[in-house]
Ligand binder design. Structure first.
Ligand code: GLN
Length: 194
């Protein structure tokens, strides 16, 4: 199973390491054509405005729309969540709209207000303790009826899924716990099995 990590900007190396711990082969995706060779894709954190600029420049938007339409799973963390959302505020900006959530950028404070907290994720009906690290994270303000909320922090969804799209407001790649990556690997495995 090959899983791409969008490697335009941001913390893609740690995602690749987490995927390796789940037994998946990570491929750094720098050109849209590389999407054809992977079964799933992680869109990492970084700066969503910079990522958007690069995505538009390199023709990633249409390629990602095709990838999503084919039912291939996508996992967006932090800035990746912002890019996948239906609606973005603070300020408003273009987003792909692959998951029915509205987000507010930088809603948990600035870089120096980054924090780590303990939570619980409900995955496939089982509860998993979770260390969540928030870095200038977006807050999910609203989630549509077909969005499954898998974890919350102070009442707001911080891990959510709609069909083939998984999003996290925090950074699961910054801990040694590969639970969330393993869950995404299962999504990819299910999508590729005949
Ligand atoms: N604050 C960034 C943005 O709005 C996201 C931060 C992150 O990915 N760690 O794009």
């Amino acid at each position: 199973m090959k899983i791409g990590v969008l490697a335009l900007q941001g913390d893609f190396a740690l995602h690749a390491a987490a995927l390796a711990r789940c037994g998946a082969e990570a491929v750094e995706v720098r050109m849209p054509a590389q999407l054809a060779g992977v079964d799933g894709l992680i869109m990492p954190g970084g700066e969503s405005t910079t990522l958007l600029k690069l995505m538009h420049e390199w023709g990633f938007v249409a390629a990602l729309e095709k990838f999503h339409a084919e039912g291939k799973p996508i996992f967006g963390t932090c800035a990746g969540l912002i890019l996948l959302a239906r609606e973005v505020a603070n300020p408003e900006q273009f987003s792909l709209g692959f998951i029915d959530v509205a987000v507010e950028r930088n809603a948990y404070g600035r870089q120096r207000e980054s924090f780590e907290t303990q939570g619980t994720a409900t995955l496939d009906g089982a509860a998993h303790p979770l260390t969540m690290i928030f870095i200038r994270a977006p807050r999910i303000l609203a989630a549509g009826p077909s969005v499954e909320v898998l974890a919350r922090h102070q009442g707001a969804p911080v891990l959510a899924r709609e069909g083939s799209v998984l999003v996290a407001a925090f950074h699961p790649e910054l801990t040694d716990d590969a639970t969330i990556h393993a869950y995404f690997c299962r999504m990819v495995a299910e999508a590729t099995s005949p």
